[in-house]
Design a protein around this ligand. Structure first.
Ligand code: SAM
Length: 239
């Protein structure tokens, strides 16, 4: 199965131009081969490659819809980790069905200079999301925010009805307890950097109505906390 975003629905035939051939990764494809295409509107299409006197075209012959998005909008605020780890987070959160991913810088994460450098290299990030969405047959890409700073994170979080901060120092609440009886339409999950949140950040977050919660007695790596936390929330509240 191969991938590409095309305007399939409106067109019966899709001429195989050079750009599309590259996107489909199908230089050696032969007439008769079947491709799976996504149309960007939430549907997949199966299309067969035809050779019409040297002109190669894809002709869609079957359309199938993807399952709807989870009813709960999960927004993950991820302190920017090093490159490979962030790409892993992007990939897995897409598979889990997270609706919005917000990288941010904090006291113990990347510096502002590193943030700017990361932002410059971020051209790969949409491609990571697109590949993950294709792989898991998700018809919609998560929104990817620009890298925010800590105060912007606190301000944006206010838009979510339920706001949780994964904090290994959280006294009292586990994630399970915090979710009991909750039915939010939108939930914000804050994940700290490799070095963890500072006590000041934890206090500021609590002052902004963000509940610190524990993910258990073991210290997880930042990417593990994001993936596990989002998956548990989706399991408990979403679909
Ligand atoms: N500073 C910490 C230390 O070395 O003890 C580790 C921080 S941890 C590697 C990175 C982030 O993952 C934390 O800021 C937190 O958001 C999340 N995290 C890891 N383990 C957790 C746990 N058991 N409960 C809640 N959050 C956790």
């Amino acid at each position: 199965l191969l991938r590409v975003a095309v305007r399939v629905a409106a067109e019966r035939e899709i001429p195989l131009t050079e750009g599309l051939t590259t996107a489909l990764d199908c230089w050696r494809a032969r007439p008769g081969e079947i491709f799976t295409l996504v149309d960007g509107a939430g549907d997949f299409h199966r299309a067969r490659l035809h050779d019409d006197e040297g002109r190669r075209v894809l002709i869609p012959f079957q359309k199938f819809s993807v399952p709807p998005e989870s009813p709960v909008e999960i927004v993950v605020y991820q302190a920017l980790p090093e490159k490979e780890r962030f790409e892993l987070v992007l990939q897995k959160l897409t598979e889990i069905g997270v609706r919005r991913i917000v990288p941010y810088v904090s006291r113990r994460s990347a510096t502002l200079d590193e943030r700017d450098a990361a932002q410059k290299k971020s051209h790969r990030w949409p491609e990571v999301l697109r590949r993950a969405a294709y792989q898991c047959r998700r018809g919609m890409l998560p929104e990817l925010a620009p890298v925010l700073d800590w105060s912007e994170v606190l301000a944006e979080c206010a838009e979510s009805e339920l706001r949780l901060m994964f904090y290994e120092g959280a006294a009292g609440w586990t994630l399970k307890e915090a979710l009991r009886g909750q039915r939010p339409e939108r939930i914000a999950l804050l994940v700290g950097p490799e070095g963890g949140f500072t006590p000041e950040e934890a206090a500021q977050a609590q002052g902004a109505g963000i509940l610190p919660v524990s993910l258990g007695g073991r210290i997880l790596r930042t990417e593990t906390a994001a993936i596990v936390g989002a998956a548990l929330v989706q399991y408990a509240l979403g679909d």
